[in-house]
Design a protein around this ligand. Structure first.
Ligand code: ZN
Length: 449
């Protein structure tokens, strides 16, 4: 799974991960040719740290735990389940692994608080080094934030320290602070990653591609193609995206990207704010439109001047009606499809309005997004997300978490935190329906959560 390297609050959005896999051009270009020795060295390190098979699918019963204080409040449980039974003890002394992990998390939490000062408390209670795969950490998933817990594979720790400069840890730490689940969370977490290195934008292009092309770098597709055209060694244990990340790449192109990201950064801050204030709404809208980039695209349409599409008023009207038709469909939510409604609308515009140029499709799209989501006072119209489908979407996510609580591999800390999350969600729902303080909290609950 291509996006697996950067972890997801993925238990509910796995279909997205698979979706990106299909669209990633990586499969087309991979070839077997030698690359730099760094990758060879990393491969040698990763090899003994691949996920162990579990004989009966039960998580190991032995564990090596140490509680360490990182921030004020409850200490964090650093845990290596299977430390003896899975053979880690043959080469490692457990305590030093935990102390290293604690140092890493201290650095990362401090960095996150610098980037987002309004995050005063980051609810980390547990850090599990997980040396096997299961529903909580899929075979090619390197890390996964569940509830108050980061689960990370040993290979991910290696990759993160040797190559990604702890970006995976930063990404997961942000997930800890997010209030709901779904694709808008990934958009926000990858946004953090692209600020520290433009290569993360290339690896996670579906979140950023269309705003970069429309507002900053028109030939962005060429950069993407060049990036993925570089040969990698498929037979290695080092994930393909890590190999593309480390392989030398055109410095001019990276610099152009860096400059674009600099201009996008204020928009990313707004994405974070909106995802904090309306987490359920943007989770819903992203999933309903099958577009993980939606929130950023709305913010971009609000702030950036949209280049003129140059089409007649009549064509624009027709194009907008195709967008309306697609963007209002609920099948992704009701039937569980994963259709990107933006791309679907482009097909109609291409085939029925005979507009072949994808640049024009995108300009029309951003005009449409601005008209639909940005009110005349500049505020973003989140009411679009209200209604029966929205409510059942939220309930389905709560159900998903209930199911997750029943997984064998869930720890006590995760179960407790997940139950607390469910309670909050149901309480908020209740408070919204009965905005009367005597019924429990009323309107300001949302802010406190
Ligand atoms: Zn993630």
């Amino acid at each position: 799974m291509v996006k697996a390297h950067l972890m997801t609050r993925g238990f509910l959005i796995l279909p997205y991960v698979l979706f990106f896999w299909l669209f990633n051009p990586s499969n087309l270009f991979a070839q077997n040719v030698p690359v730099s020795t760094d990758v060879g060295e990393l491969n040698r390190l990763i090899q003994p740290h691949l996920p162990h098979p579990l004989p009966d699918e039960n998580p190991p019963t032995d564990t090596f735990n140490v509680s360490i204080s990182l921030q004020e409040g409850t200490p964090v449980v650093f845990s290596i389940p299977g430390f003896h039974s899975l053979g880690c003890a043959k080469c490692h002394e457990g305590e030093s692994l935990h102390f290293k992990a604690a140092d890493r998390m201290r650095r990362v939490l401090a960095k996150l608080k610098t980037i987002q000062p309004e995050l005063r408390e980051i609810p980390l209670r547990q850090y599990i080094i997980q040396s096997w795969s299961d529903k909580l950490l899929a075979p090619n998933q390197l890390a996964h934030t569940t509830f108050d817990t980061i689960r990370i594979s040993p290979a991910a720790i290696l990759i993160d320290s040797k190559v990604y400069q702890e970006a995976t840890h930063l990404h997961e730490s942000l997930h800890l602070t997010q209030k709901f689940v779904g694709p808008a969370n990934e958009l926000e977490a990858y946004s953090l990653n692209i600020i520290s290195d433009p290569r993360f934008l290339l690896l996670n292009f579906p979140y950023f591609e269309d705003i970069i092309k429309t507002f900053f770098i028109e030939n962005f597709s060429e950069i993407l193609n060049d990036f993925y055209a570089r040969p990698i060694r498929k037979q290695l244990f080092v994930p393909q995206e890590t190999q593309w990340f480390v392989a030398p790449f055109n410095e001019d192109q990276l610099e152009r990207l860096r400059q674009a990201i600099g201009k996008v950064t204020p928009l990313l801050d707004e994405v974070s704010r909106l995802n904090r204030d309306y987490p359920k709404e943007f989770a819903y809208l992203s999933e309903q439109t099958g577009n993980p980039a939606l929130l950023l695209e709305i913010v971009a349409a609000k702030h950036l001047p949209i280049p003129d599409s140059g089409v007649s008023e009549e064509i624009r009207r027709k194009a907008f009606s195709f967008f309306d038709l697609q963007m209002n469909k609920k099948d992704n939510i009701r039937l569980g499809y994963k259709i990107n409604r933006k791309k679907e609308a482009f097909l109609f515009i291409q085939n029925q309005l005979m507009i072949k140029d994808p640049v024009i499709h995108l300009r029309l799209y951003f005009e449409y997004i601005k008209k639909s989501f940005v009110k005349s006072d500049g505020k973003i119209n989140v009411q679009i997300a209200e209604g029966e489908d929205f409510n059942s979407y939220v309930l389905s996510k709560i159900k998903g978490v209930r199911k997750m609580i029943s997984y064998k591999g869930m720890s006590k800390i995760e179960r407790e935190a997940a139950r607390k999350w469910i309670k909050k969600m149901l309480f908020l729902d209740q408070a919204k329906k009965n905005p009367n303080p005597s019924l429990g909290g009323g309107g300001d609950v949302g802010e406190n959560f």
